[in-house]
Design a protein around this ligand. Structure first.
Ligand code: TXA
Ligand code: MG
Length: 322
């Protein structure tokens, strides 16, 4: 399946495929999603088959406009409207109590549903033409690195999708922040571009951060977002000695770094990313895929600082490394 360029015809065609219960890969500002009509359980089942994803892992329903959350959720707290008006369209997913009619295939059998209005012109165009909700996980095989280019989806899911809309590179590049609003104390289930500080500023109450979340957020399982090549997190100094040690053993080593000290490391497979958290975030998944494609013995990843701005990156690197 080669990616399709975006024009009024391809958007109409993608909407028609969704109505027929087919799968359409869509660009969002975070990562590419593998979309199906969220109101059609058979279409949603195809997502799980294509990804190799366990059926009890719930999906995010993407919407064109914030008021559509009333079609999917009940008991909507004031906090949801506040966050929607501040951050939507954008990289924030809200978990709310689901309406009875929401297919359990979408929610993994839970009584809650995850909702998001993405900030990508192609995704919004398709959502408006389609009219309903699009259930979409990241368009990668289960446990692997999320795609930030249409080509990544084509490489990994190939013929399992009926259309791949090419929206170019994802501007954020890392999955959305997920906040659970079903309890009086809002809880971040997955960190992302929108930080805890930003959420607390709007809500004016403390927001918890769930570090161990068992079933609800598979993005919190170990060995998620992972390259095939064994990858290890190291502080800059330790990375240098580990690099020397492995090279001394004749190993082929890739390095993912950001600090100026490591920019001149004599390593054939060095990828040096920006040292600003947001720019690093945007480049991270493509860089991991690239390093993975070299077929090396190992990848050494420089440990970013333990600061809030780096929370999402640290979360994903923690899952991607051994
Ligand atoms: O940025 C994103 O969120 C991307 C784009 C495509 O929107 N999507 C994405 O989907 O990352 P996925 O399926 O790879 O991750 C969705 C996460 C999972 O960790 C899932 O468990 C969680 O959302 N989730 C979905 N519904 C939930 C619910 N009802 N309660 C708790 N977590 C839920
Ligand atoms: Mg995913």
């Amino acid at each position: 399946m080669t990616p399709t360029s975006v024009n009024p015809q391809s958007i109409e065609q993608a909407a028609a495929l969704l109505r027929q219960g087919k799968l359409v890969a869509i660009p969002t500002e975070t990562v590419y999603g593998l979309g199906a009509d969220a109101s059609n359980p058979e279409a949603v089942a195809k997502i799980f088959a294509a990804k190799g994803r366990p059926a009890d892992h719930p999906l995010i329903v993407h919407l064109a406009y914030a008021p559509q959350i009333k079609d999917w959720a009940i008991d909507i707290p004031e906090s949801a409207w506040k966050l929607a008006s501040e951050f939507w369209p954008g990289p924030l997913t809200m978990v709310l109590r689901k309406k009875a009619a929401v297919p359990s295939a979408v929610t993994g059998g839970q009584d809650t549903v995850a909702l998001r209005v993405p900030n990508n012109p192609v995704a919004l165009w398709l959502l408006r033409v389609f009219g309903g909700g699009i259930a979409a996980p990241s368009a990668n095989r289960f446990g692997r690195i999320s795609p930030t280019l249409a080509r990544h989806v084509a490489d990994e899911l190939g013929d399992a999708v009926d259309c791949i809309l090419d929206g170019g590179p994802c501007s954020v590049g890392l999955e959305s922040t997920i906040i659970d609003l079903t309890d009086s104390r809002p809880t971040i289930l997955r960190p992302g571009r929108i930080t805890r500080g930003q959420l607390e500023e709007i809500l004016q109450i403390p927001v918890s951060l769930k570090s161990q979340h068992k079933i609800r957020a598979p993005g919190m399982l170990a060995a998620h977002y992972a390259p095939v090549t064994p990858a290890y997190l190291c502080e800059s100094g330790a990375l240098l000695s580990e690099f020397d040690r492995l090279c001394g053993q004749g190993k082929q080593v890739g390095v993912l770094a950001f600090s100026p000290e490591l920019s001149t490391l004599p390593c054939e497979h060095l990828l040096h990313l920006p040292d600003k958290a947001e720019e690093y975030e945007t480049a991270l998944y493509s860089a991991l895929r690239k390093l993975d494609s070299f077929g090396l013995d190992s990848i050494l990843v420089e440990q970013p600082p333990a600061l809030e701005a780096w929370a999402a990156v640290n979360d994903r690197l923690g899952k991607a490394t051994l």
